[in-house]
Design a protein around this ligand. Structure first.
Ligand SMILES: [Zn+2]
Length: 512
């Protein structure tokens, strides 16, 4: 993710949140249906609220009680250690402008042996029906969880992990909400349609899921819409209605991805294919884009620039790591860009002049670089967010230097000067500032200092190996430090203490 003003100075995300607050209908931020229960159950609502508060004290939990956390330091309520999602198969029926959307999702999960309740993250969803492997079962909803009772037919106690498919019929209210980080999130509606912003925890407000970056899965999206309405999700478009009829749009994403990278754009758009790019490894990279209906020409310059930017980053970071790429230009999404998996999402208003200048180059470079840093290799937890943002901001610096828009050394010096005015560490964010300056330009000063410390050859070897060794997984800061020290063949504790974990940074870069 990036905000339009991130090239300046701190604070970035806060300013952005103010500017984007308008289109988000926070009146629909409705959590008052907590403790709703599946209609087929005896009332279990009184039992639910106690479960959520016990996540920090595993010693008191019996083997039968589900984990309701993966231990994320910033968002302890997200995810479950007992659940590893294999795939999501989502079907939605969307009527643009309607206050609710109904859907059904099949979540195929591998469960910890002995589990009797399957926990998923879910906030404010109305649950109509739940089944496990087609056997209807009961469930309980708390403020942040959907707890599905596993039927006796699921024998999860017989040794190894068990894989089941949970089918959930549900309804959610559209409009999105403001997340704890101060940014719009969830299913956001606008006159042109709707789109989702899931990072860091918006998916659970419209999709029952293991809503954490440590859990990657494959996806299938089937969205039924009225005639003339277009749907874009991640992956390959495998089915669409005839031009003059309503029907289902089906997108299939085989590249495993976590929930926060899901794209779901519905509205008055066109799907545009451009000639595939050719990777340095010789493979073709299909390019699929989304533009506001009837306005393709305004976005041609941005689309035409992909090849050169892709080639530049491939030479630095290794072959493009995903199946496909493309650009999605969303009406009413202003000043905020998001690295949705395999098709980055931008505000159409930031590009509809038809010109690609400094801001556009910055946004395009940042989101493309995320496909290596964040998407191929995702953060293990949200306090590893600098692994996403500092490295993509540095990639953006490299690109802006390459196209003679911003000299690297001058900008790096200026950002270190700016970093002197802040005292938040890059490596230990809080919820409030996880998308703040210390992760972006402030974080890129850490990356630049690392490059000067270990030298260009080893620095770029680290970047390439990060993706080639760990692509398709989620990794921690400790994992990166381990790789850096292995490649550099030296102990760099002091470097990371001084630059990554310190609040106040050194006032000059290491001598190269
Ligand atoms: Zn970003």
């Amino acid at each position: 993710m990036i905000t339009a003003c991130a090239g300046g100075g701190p604070p970035v995300a806060v300013e952005q949140a103010d500017r984007t607050a308008a289109p988000v209908d926070t009146t629909n931020n409705n959590n008052n249906n907590t403790n709703n229960t599946n209609t087929s159950t005896e009332s279990t609502s009184t039992t639910s609220s106690t479960l959520a508060v016990e996540v920090d004290d595993e010693s008191e939990m019996s083997a039968d009680e589900p984990s309701l956390s993966v231990g994320d330091p910033l968002f302890p309520e997200l995810g479950s250690l007992d659940v590893d999602v294999v795939s999501y198969d989502l079907r939605l029926d969307v009527e643009p402008g309607a206050p609710t959307v109904s859907g059904e999702v099949d979540v195929t999960v591998t469960l910890r042996p002995g589990l009797t309740v399957l926990p998923l993250d879910a906030v404010g969803l109305d649950i109509d029906r739940v089944a496990i492997d087609e056997v209807v079962t009961t469930s309980t909803s708390t403020e942040s969880e959907l707890l599905i009772d596993l039927p006796a037919s699921v024998d999860a106690s017989s040794g190894g992990p068990t894989t089941v498919t949970a089918s959930i019929d549900y309804t959610f209210r559209t409009g999105g909400r403001t997340s704890a980080v101060g940014l719009p999130s969830g299913w956001i509606t606008s006159p042109a349609g709707s789109y989702v912003l899931n990072e860091p925890d918006g998916a659970r407000t419209w999709l029952p899921s293991n809503d954490h970056p440590s859990d990657k899965a494959t996806w299938r999206f089937e969205v039924v819409v009225p005639e003339g309405v277009v749907v874009s999700a991640n992956g390959e478009l495998v089915e669409r209605p005839d031009a003059a009829s309503s029907g289902a749009w089906v997108w299939v994403a085989d590249d495993p991805m976590p929930t926060y990278l899901v794209q779901m754009i519905v509205g008055d758009y066109e799907i545009v294919e451009s000639p595939p790019a050719t990777s340095v490894d010789g493979s073709e990279i299909p390019l699929t884009h989304v533009v506001p209906s009837g306005d393709r020409a305004s976005f041609d310059a941005a689309i035409d620039g992909i090849d050169e930017q892709l080639r530049f980053f491939e030479e630095l970071f290794g072959p493009y790591p995903l199946d496909r790429y493309g650009l999605a230009f969303v009406t009413d999404l202003s000043g905020l860009a998001m690295e949705t998996h395999g098709r980055s999402m931008f505000g159409a208003g930031d590009f509809d002049s038809g010109r690609v200048g400094f801001l556009q180059e910055l946004l395009l470079a940042h989101e493309l670089a995320h496909q290596w840093f964040g998407n191929a290799v995702s953060p293990q937890a949200w306090d590893d967010i600098w692994l996403n943002e500092a490295f993509t901001t540095y990639a953006q610096w490299l690109w802006l230097d390459h196209v003679d828009l911003q000299p690297l050394d001058v900008h790096a010096r200026a950002m270190l000067d700016l970093r002197q005015r802040t005292t938040e560490s890059t490596g230990e964010p809080t919820v409030e500032n996880m998308f703040g300056f210390e992760r972006y330009d402030g974080g890129a000063t850490v990356v630049h200092a690392l490059r000067l410390t270990i030298g260009d050859d080893r620095f770029f070897e680290v970047l390439r190996r990060w993706v080639s060794d760990f692509g398709g997984t989620s990794q921690s800061t400790e994992s990166l430090i381990g790789l850096v020290e292995a490649v550099a063949d030296e102990d760099l504790d002091e470097f990371f203490d001084d630059w990554l974990y310190a609040g106040a940074l050194p006032d000059s870069y290491p001598a190269s």
